[in-house]
Structures are given as structure tokens and as C-alpha cells.
Design a protein around this ligand. Structure first.
Ligand SMILES: O=C(O)CCC(=O)C1=CC=C[C@@H](O)[C@@H]1C(=O)O
Ligand SMILES: [Mg+2]
Length: 321
């Protein structure tokens, strides 16, 4: 006997979360619960504005259509919209006991502003110290100085940087000029430094700074290939699709010797804790990029260990099915 529930959520965000020039005041999405006999599986469907190609109303329509088919029995192919395929495939994987419980909650701390706060957070970080800093929001020269300062202040720090394709070749060069060449190897990678992939490759060749693809993975013409300077790919499952597709992409990158970072699309704690499990399962050697819960004002259904935020239950949300 199958049953299904679907809720809609809105979680207020901390002031000042800016995504691709839009202020994200609240995070919206859907929570799905599938039940079959004694087995239960949960999933989160939350397209990210500015990053997902689908918007929430479309995702909701597709999810509702799929649920009706699933309730009628049998195996139903997953729908095409990435956020919907991801959320439903997580719910199915939990239902079938296919998503291991072990999780990697050691997310790389994310710094979008004050480097002093990051230095304090790093002091408490056990083991390997890895952090992620957003660059490209201010002057490239300032970014270069901040990165240099961090690498000097914390000698065992490895930094991941993310420019979200904001630099021209000139700005990228200005950035690099301020980073002491002796420290450059401690920049684990910069995600998508320049506006085009070719410019990013050129930047890496000229500066010796490693790069990673993130946005590129979701482009039609992207193929996984070994390229000098490209050391990692960033996979955001909500933007990618089903768990099966995520597994295929992880395997493709691993075959090329590239590191895979499972990264957040700013999901609620429900989706984020599932991503921590996916990271432990598929990328056990890499610290995932999941430090985004503190951008929100509440958790949802499942708690992220150590988070002081209050936690809402699905039953407190608006039920739409
Ligand atoms: O990857 C991480 O460590 C955290 C997630 C993160 O940086 C992002 C999530 C969603 C949108 C972007 O602002 C950003 C990214 O581009 O990677
Ligand atoms: Mg990125």
C-alpha cells in the first residue's frame, strides 16, 4: 500500500544573502514523503532562483503528476526537471534503504564577507583545514589581498575560491598579482574564475592556480575530460537531477582523477543532511561544500548536528497533497 504527502515551505533567510545579483529573502521549496508498507522516504525539491532552469510552480506540477502515477503502482520513470528528479530519487532511495545513513558533516566553512570571522571558525576546525571564500563580489585587488592574508594567517589552510564567472581576464590577473606565488599552491582551486571556460583555462595556465568547473557541468556542451589545471568539479545535485545522474557524474570525474565536491544549492536542513550522506557515500575523500545552513533562520524536519537553529516539522507546513 503506497501513500504520499507533499508540503510547501518558505524559510526566511538571513539578511544579505545575494545570489546572482538577486537578494534571496526566503528559500522556497517542497518536501515530499513517500510511504510504502512500513518504509518511508523523504525528499526535498527546491529549485534555486538564478541557478535552476525550472521555477517552483513548474516543479510542483511535475512532482504532483509523478506522485499520482507512483501511487497507482509499479515503477515510474523519474521526471525531467533536475530539482524534481533529485528530490524524488532521494525519497525513493530512502524508501528502498539505498541511501546510506553515514554522513559527512565536515563542510568547508563558507566566507562571503569578513575574513576575521573565518579565521575564528578555522581555529575550531579539527583535522584538515579547508574553507571556501566567495570572490568577484568586490574589487579583484581586495580579493587578492584577503586571500593572501588568510593563507598567511593560517599556515595549514587550503582555500577554495569561487568567482562564479565574474572576472574578465584582466581582473583575474589583478587578483593573482596580489597572491604571493609561494601561497598559490594552497589555493586548492578557484571555481569558474572567468566569464568563459577558455579564459578560465588561460588564467590557470598563466598563474599556475588550479581551477574547478561548477556552472559548466550544467551546460549542454560540457564533457568530462582531463585538462591540465582542472583539478575538481563541483556537483550540485538539486541542479543536476536524479541520484543516478549524480552517481554517473561522480564516477566520470573520478575516472579522470578529478576531485568531486558535493555542494549545496541552499537546501533546507532536510536536503542538506541528505547531501552530507551522499557526500560520505560517493565522495568519501572530499570535504563537501555544504556550509549554507547558517544563511537560514530555521531547520526543517531533520537537524544538522550542532546547529543552534530551531527546527520545523513538515506537519507544521502548508500541505498541498
Ligand atoms: O559550495 C559550497 O561550499 C557552498 C555552496 C555555494 O557556494 C553556492 C551555492 C549556491 C549558489 C552559489 O552562491 C554558490 C556556488 O556558486 O557554488
Ligand atoms: Mg560555484
Amino acid at each position: 500500500m503506497r501513500s504520499a504527502a507533499l508540503w510547501r515551505f518558505q524559510i526566511p533567510m538571513e539578511a544579505g544573502v545575494v545570489l546572482r545579483d538577486q537578494r534571496l529573502k526566503q528559500r522556497e521549496g517542497l518536501v515530499v514523503r513517500l510511504t510504502q508498507g512500513d518504509a518511508i522516504g523523504w525528499g526535498e525539491i527546491s529549485p534555486l532562483p538564478g541557478f535552476s532552469r525550472e521555477a517552483l510552480p513548474e516543479a510542483q506540477e511535475q512532482a504532483q503528476g509523478w506522485l499520482e502515477h507512483w501511487l497507482a503502482g509499479g515503477d515510474v520513470a523519474l521526471p525531467g526537471l533536475p530539482s524534481v528528479a533529485f528530490g524524488l530519487s532521494c525519497a525513493l532511495a530512502e524508501l528502498k534503504g539505498e541511501l546510506p545513513q553515514a554522513a559527512n558533516y565536515r563542510a568547508a566553512p563558507l566566507c562571503t564577507g569578513d575574513p576575521d570571522e573565518l579565521i575564528i571558525a578555522l581555529a575550531d576546525m579539527p583535522g584538515e583545514k579547508v574553507a571556501k571564500v566567495k570572490v568577484g563580489l568586490y574589487e579583484a585587488v581586495r580579493d587578492g589581498m584577503v586571500v593572501n592574508l588568510l593563507l598567511e594567517a593560517v599556515p595549514d589552510l587550503q582555500l577554495r575560491l569561487d568567482a562564479n564567472r565574474s572576472w574578465t581576464p584582466l581582473k583575474a590577473q589583478q587578483f593573482a598579482k596580489y597572491v604571493n606565488p609561494a601561497h598559490r599552491s594552497r589555493i586548492e582551486f578557484i571555481e569558474e574564475p572567468c566569464k568563459t571556460r577558455d579564459q578560465s583555462r588561460e588564467f590557470s595556465r598563466e598563474t599556475g592556480i588550479a581551477i574547478a568547473w561548477d556552472e559548466s557541468l550544467r551546460e549542454e556542451d560540457f564533457i568530462f575530460s582531463a585538462e591540465s589545471g582542472v583539478v575538481a568539479v563541483v556537483i550540485k545535485p538539486t541542479l543536476t537531477g536524479s541520484l543516478e545522474r549524480v552517481r554517473q557524474q561522480v564516477a566520470a570525474a573520478h575516472r579522470l582523477g578529478q576531485k568531486v565536491v558535493i555542494s549545496s544549492s541552499i537546501e533546507s536542513s532536510l536536503g542538506l543532511t541528505q547531501l552530507a550522506r551522499i557526500a560520505a557515500w560517493l565522495t568519501p575523500d572530499a570535504i563537501p561544500g555544504l556550509d549554507t545552513l547558517s544563511l537560514m533562520q530555521t531547520q526543517l524536519e531533520r537537524r544538522w548536528p550542532g546547529s543552534p537553529l530551531p527546527c520545523l516539522n513538515a506537519e507544521q507546513l502548508e500541505r498541498i497533497r
